[in-house]
Design a protein around this ligand. Structure first.
Ligand SMILES: [Zn+2]
Ligand SMILES: [Zn+2]
Length: 102
């Protein structure tokens, strides 16, 4: 909680501005609430990144676990050139993940 620098009254947030509830003095500083909102936005982005495999393209591929015919598809390239690309599949239904070497 913040207090008015003029009268010591409690600062309220009105239209994103800090305003003293007692004398109406408007604070020059941005209210602390904005900082916490930014932190919340960062946390939201992190959650979205964890769900990133939902953005992979869906292809026709039979899941070996549940025989579902759709799977997410992505590939990884290992750094050493003599190792081949690995293809990954993730069942859209049971989330079973498997891979194939080329
Ligand atoms: Zn005041
Ligand atoms: Zn499956």
């Amino acid at each position: 909680m913040e207090f008015c620098e003029k009268c010591g009254g409690i600062i309220e947030i009105v239209n994103d501005r800090a305003v003293c509830a007692a004398c109406g003095h408007k604070g020059k500083k941005k209210p602390k609430i904005e900082a916490s909102e930014k932190i919340m936005k960062k946390e939201t982005v992190a959650v979205i990144n964890e769900e990133a495999d939902n953005t992979y393209p869906v292809i026709d591929m039979v899941c070996p676990e549940c025989k579902n015919k759709k799977a997410y598809f992505w590939t990884t390239q290992t750094r050493s050139s003599d190792e081949s690309e690995t293809k990954f599949y993730k069942c859209t239904k049971c989330k079973h993940t498997w891979r194939k070497y080329r």
